[in-house]
Design a protein around this ligand. Structure first.
Ligand code: SF4
Ligand code: SF4
Length: 266
């Protein structure tokens, strides 16, 4: 649900309207923690860790929404941890109808409400997100509503609501990151590797360790919704060698959640 960067300077006024082509409702969808738990029976979930270098414009905001980690004497990185509907780019969102309509319009995640804006970035740094990717049918003609003017979002209620939710959950994810990096050297090693590879800077972790550390949501309810879904997606992803990474993740994540899924509610 993000768009690619455009090379040219953006115009001072940008228009945008969704025509409902459904093209952006495919692949990864970052979610708030609350949206992830609310949709545990709908989306196969992963925690996407993103490393951002200290020289990046996004560093300060990423620290606010995530955390800062010193990975060596000389290097500190900002780390964002985003609960994510972890779908291959070719897979439609499970809530997308065959007619390309969202079937959960009234309760769709905050991320979908804010689209095309992206509060993981500064409000003044959104212009390129209004340039549709190849094949997307977004209307950016002057007949569409004016949405971005002089680097300001014209109607920013949804942007502010998603940003506020991200800021409110940051202490929880910071605590999870601190504990995980302290007790799981393999995750720290993956973060160091991601920091050394600015091309991606990302890696995926399953939900089980987060479930153990957070106290806000019932892990058994979550696992009982998520476990069969992961197994179903593992089966779907088994049909193509190009989906091997997804297939492996779904299987491993389902195995990790099995204990919770088979536990009796307290
Ligand atoms: S929840 Fe609805 S709007 Fe969001 S990605 Fe799925 S189909 Fe699209
Ligand atoms: S790609 Fe553009 S037009 Fe198509 S569903 Fe997404 S926002 Fe709407």
């Amino acid at each position: 649900m993000t768009a690619q960067r455009a090379a040219a300077a953006p115009p001072p006024e940008q228009h945008f309207a969704c025509t409902g082509c459904g093209k952006c409702c495919h692949g990864w969808l970052p979610l708030t923690v609350a949206d992830a738990f609310a949709n545990a029976g709908r989306f196969p979930l992963a925690l996407v860790w993103t490393s951002v270098s200290e020289s990046s414009q996004a560093f300060d905001l990423t620290v606010q929404l995530g955390t800062a980690v010193r990975i060596s004497k000389r290097q500190r990185v900002a780390v964002l941890i985003a609960p994510t509907a972890y779908l291959p780019p070719s897979f439609p969102c499970p809530a997308l109808s065959p007619e390309n309509r969202c079937t959960i319009q009234a309760e769709k995640p905050l991320r979908c409400r804010t689209m095309p804006f992206y509060p993981y970035r500064r409000a003044a740094d959104q212009a390129d997100l209004l340039v549709p990717r190849k094949g997307w049918a977004c209307d950016i003609s002057t007949t569409a509503p004016l949405v971005y003017q002089q680097r300001k979002i014209v109607e920013r209620d949804d942007f502010d609501a998603e940003r506020a939710a991200l800021l409110a959950q940051a202490p929880l994810l910071r605590s999870y990151a601190d504990t995980t990096l302290k007790h799981y050297p393999s995750v720290l090693a993956r973060l160091i590797k991601a920091a050394q590879n600015p091309a991606t800077g990302q890696f995926i972790v399953g939900f089980s360790s987060f479930l153990r550390q957070q106290k806000m949501h019932d892990p058994i309810t979550f696992a009982q919704a998520q476990h069969p879904l992961l197994l179903a997606f593992a089966e779907k992803a088994a049909t193509s060698p190009t989906l091997a990474t997804y297939h492996r993740y779904y299987q491993e994540s389902a195995t990790e959640l099995a204990w919770f899924a088979n536990a009796k509610p307290s």
